[in-house]
Design a protein around this ligand. Structure first.
Ligand SMILES: Cc1ncc(COP(=O)(O)O)c(C=O)c1O
Length: 390
């Protein structure tokens, strides 16, 4: 057998096992832009599986800003930020993000995954401690595990359990949590987590991938939602690929925090800067986040409409007030079957299965956006009823 054939012989049974357990993952090839309706294989579908919460991913202002950025800077970042990749576009966007989040500085990363890894690698060393919510996003869990610090999980959204784990310790201790839990849609109890961290000398870090731009009256996210400031949560991470409709992420905090990341976050230092045109797109998105609060208001109204309709149908939704409205199914095969039944009716609602969610809790992770209409939400409810869920 050739070297290549031996590798395939190793991998093929593993893939077959995934299929057999209904855990095989497939990509869908979209034709055209992201939005409340998308095209797959020439057919239009209502899309309830995106994180484009404010409906900005295909907004003309972002496209125009990207085009202007391409004209001015060309396509490639060209080098890492610490070499020659840091452009005026990146720099201006960082200053605007710092001002918006009310912090001294902000630092752009190429993705939220990389930002999380960078935070943990810069702040923690072997022998330090990191505590994470059991249902944190995989990128936070990976960040904690890869940091080399002692790693422990506390019960979901349970500040008392965190406090019991924390105790008092000499070592640097970081508590990392999603602001809005990505697969459940519930909001982390940040004030209680902050008190637990404060009482034990730990530092609190919030990953606000699903809150930034969406929560709070002015879109500042989970911290605004809870009335917390920079003093309470010194490390804030936000992503730009969800409510902001673009790509990338940032960390906002003090001068000392951001300089520490620049000096030692490996996922910042050892990678090419993202295209400057994407920073221009981000700047345009931030303007819309600030100036068009109607998007958050409309999204809230659609969430309320969906939840009221679901209650009438007797659907077992999770306790979530955010745009993420998971419908728990249980077994992976059943979740796939429900997604397929909805797809037949022209509704795209992707099944989320283990290991992304705990075993036995496969679900449809339904998401609403400000770009949906009331009629589209009603169609989703009708389709769920048709599929035997109501
Ligand atoms: C909570 C959370 N953190 C981080 C990320 C990663 O961000 P990015 O897609 O920018 O890598 C995601 C999802 O992608 C997420 O849901």
């Amino acid at each position: 057998m050739t070297n290549a054939a031996r590798l395939d012989a190793l991998l093929e049974p593993r893939l077959a096992a995934l299929k057999q357990k209904s855990l095989y993952r497939l990509r869908r090839v979209l034709e055209g832009p992201q939005g409340p309706e998308v095209t797959l294989a020439g057919r239009r579908y209502l899309n309830f599986s995106s994180n484009d919460y404010l409906g900005l991913a295909a907004h003309p202002a972002l496209a125009a800003a990207t085009r202007r950025g391409l004209e001015e800077y060309g396509t490639g970042g060209g080098a890492a930020h610490l070499v020659t990749g840091h452009s005026r576009a990146h720099h201006a966007f960082e200053e605007e993000l710092a001002a918006f989040t009310g912090r001294e500085r902000a630092l752009l990363f190429s993705s939220g995954y990389m930002a999380n890894l960078g935070i943990a690698s810069a702040l923690l060393k072997r022998g330090d401690r990191v505590f994470e919510d059991r249902l944190n996003h995989a990128s936070l869990l990976d960040a904690g595990l890869l940091s080399g610090a002692r790693f422990a999980r506390y019960d979901h959204a349970d500040a008392a359990d965190l406090k019991a784990h924390l105790g008092a310790a000499e070592e640097t201790t970081l508590v990392m949590t999603d602001g809005v839990f990505s697969m459940d849609g519930d909001v982390a109890p940040l004030p209680e987590l902050e008190q637990a961290a404060e009482a034990t000398g730990a530092f609190l870090m919030v990953d606000d991938a699903h809150g930034f731009g969406v929560l709070g009256k002015s879109g500042r996210g989970s911290l605004e939602h809870h009335g917390l400031g920079a003093d309470a949560v010194p490390v804030l991470m936000g992503t730009l690929g969800k409510a902001c409709g673009g790509f990338g992420a940032f960390v906002a905090g003090s001068e000392a925090l951001v300089e520490s990341l620049i000096q030692s976050a490996r996922t910042y230092i050892y990678t090419t800067a993202a295209p400057p045109a994407l920073a221009e797109a981000g700047r345009a998105a931030l303007q819309l986040v600030q100036n068009e609060s109607w998007r958050r208001e409309k999204l809230q109204a659609l969430i309320a409409r969906f939840r009221a309709g679901a209650a009438e149908l007797g659907l077992a939704l999770m306790e979530s007030g955010t745009a993420i409205q998971p419908l728990i199914v249980g077994e992976s095969a059943d979740a796939l079957a429900l997604a397929a039944a909805l797809q037949e009716q022209g509704i795209l609602a992707v099944a989320i299965r283990p290991p992304t969610v705990p075993a036995g809790s496969a679900r449809l992770r339904l998401t609403l956006t400000a770009a949906h209409s009331e009629a589209q939400v009603d169609r989703l409810l009708d389709a769920l009823q048709q599929a035997g869920r109501g």
